[in-house]
Design a protein. Structure first.
Ligand code: SF4
Length: 137
């Protein structure tokens, strides 16, 4: 079973109220079993919402609010969802502060990217789930 970032399949859960619908993800999933999830929406954050980035090990909204606990809650809910659905792999959205697999934005809201993982991606990896992003497909 594969977990997929909901925004990659057209769900309007992205911070700006839109999505990241990705044809490569649709193609990859053909004939496979998968479930979709958005950790930020699951945490109770609205869509649209302010963008957030990781800096110094915590998550900050663009307005300067510390939203780390919301992001941790979303990660815990994603892990519980994976366990209840027998998920062993995940296709997650690149560079998201929740879902980023290989890199994340650097916390300056300037578009700069640094190596690292989103909060949910890290928790899933620590629990043995194989991760890829849409750019790996
Ligand atoms: Fe997409 Fe993940 Fe952000 Fe939700 S938290 S909008 S699934 S990248």
């Amino acid at each position: 079973m594969i977990l997929v970032s909901a925004c990659l399949l057209g769900h309007n859960c992205k911070y700006n109220g839109g999505n990241n619908d990705c044809p490569a993800v649709h193609s990859y999933l053909e004939g496979k079993d998968y479930v979709v999830f958005c950790p930020e929406r699951a945490s109770g954050l609205p869509a649209p919402r302010l963008p957030s980035e990781i800096r110094d090990g915590r998550v900050w909204s663009k307005a300067g609010d510390d939203v780390t606990e919301e992001f941790r809650l979303g990660a815990e809910k994603a892990l519980a969802f994976c366990k209840s659905h027998g998920v062993t792999a995940a296709v997650l959205k690149a560079r998201s502060p929740s879902c980023g697999v290989h890199a994340v934005y650097d916390g300056s809201f300037s578009g700069r990217v640094v190596p690292g993982m989103g909060v949910t991606a890290r928790l899933l990896a620590e629990n043995g789930i194989t991760l890829m992003d849409e750019e790996d497909l």
